[in-house]
Ligand binder design. Structure first.
Ligand code: UDP
Ligand code: MG
Length: 315
């Protein structure tokens, strides 16, 4: 079988050469064991607009090793787009493709088990980390909040699965049909509905360099994950409006009773009522407009409405 490894790289000059060596070694071991075809298999490095020597290192690696491929972005489009570009490139050229981070924090020895699962018929194999012990408190907390929120919004994502996964060529072909601009692969891939399985692996410390996921990039990824998979927040606005309208009814009754008893300051009733009732009406109106924008938003994605896996047909 032909295996493609897809490796997104952003300012990874400090660890790229070492990672490339480890990946090449792994490929040779797999080829020797007869598990992959050494001629057709590739390691694809995607340079996501790095500002350091990453691009040059990839060019040099390609010159030294024919099994290394380089794809260079003109600017920093982000990790998700880099992985996606690798998938698009690998499509039709390989039997299966595995994406892995350039810092090799994910254990490359798990690749054997990815291939086992692929051999057993899985089109998608999710790499799931055993523990988050190498992460700091903040990263642990934020990722937990994120998974909780995603579940609340009704999106299926595999907890503790990042972008270390195997996709068969069939899955790559289907993924290529998704034309949306906001890419969130972790949410997208389960929607393919293909046979999948899970492989557990340990996460190591970063060998060199620092995390390329700044807080801003992490927050953007989380916001993207939520807003490109559900319009639930818009529904919540609408329901909030209905709820507040209900509250304003109660306020209306209370102030009316007080007015009958002559308890309140004159003018108070109208002011309080208009604040509550108008606020509620405004929220409802925003909610309704939001529904339409939400529909529009879903439509403009032009996602495939269904996916055909197999066809039985005689001509
Ligand atoms: N990365 C990328 N573009 C970016 C940010 C990160 O291609 O804008 C790559 C990075 O080179 C690495 C992977 O995404 O291969 C994961 O990044 P990192 O290891 O810094 O994230 P962390 O492991 O800290 O979550
Ligand atoms: Mg990392």
């Amino acid at each position: 079988m032909k295996l493609y490894l897809v490796v997104p790289c952003y300012n990874e000059e400090e660890c790229l050469e070492d990672s490339a060596r480890q990946l090449l070694d792994k490929m040779h071991v797999l080829a020797e064991a007869g598990r992959i075809d050494p001629d057709g298999s590739r390691i694809v490095f995607i340079d996501d607009g790095s500002r350091d020597r990453t691009g040059d290192i990839i060019r040099q690696l390609h010159a030294d090793h024919p099994e290394i491929t380089g794809i260079h972005f003109t600017a920093n489009f982000g990790h998700q787009c880099a992985v996606l570009a690798g998938y698009h490139f690998a499509r039709g050229k390989c039997d299966a493709c595995i994406s892995i981070d350039a810092d090799l924090q994910q254990d490359i020895e798990a690749i054997d088990r990815f291939l086992d699962e692929y051999g057993k018929g899985s089109d998608i194999v999710y790499g799931v980390r055993n523990s988050r012990s190498t992460d700091g408190f903040f990263k642990k907390l934020t990722s937990q909040i994120f998974y909780r929120m995603m579940r609340l919004m009704g999106t299926t994502i595999i907890p503790n699965h990042a972008d270390y996964r195997l996709l068969s060529d069939r899955a790559l072909g289907m993924l290529a049909e998704y034309g949306e601009g906001n890419v969130f692969l972790r949410g997208l891939i389960p929607t393919l509905g293909l046979p999948s399985s899970t492989v557990y692996f340990d996460v190591k410390e970063r060998t060199a360099g620092t995390s390329k996921y700044t807080l801003k990039k992490m927050l953007m990824l989380a916001a993207n994950g939520i807003t490109s998979f559900s319009i639930a927040p818009i529904h919540y606005v609408f329901f909030a409006g209905v709820f507040i309208l209900f509250v304003s009814l109660i306020v209306m009754i209370v102030t009316f009773v007080e007015w009958l008893q002559g308890k309140n300051v004159s003018g108070y009733t109208t002011v309080v009522l208009s604040i509550w009732a108008l606020g509620a009406l405004q929220l409802i109106a925003i909610g309704i407009v939001g529904e339409y924008i939400g529909k529009n938003y879903i439509e403009t994605k032009k996602r495939p409405r269904y996916i055909i896996g197999d066809v039985e047909h005689h001509d």
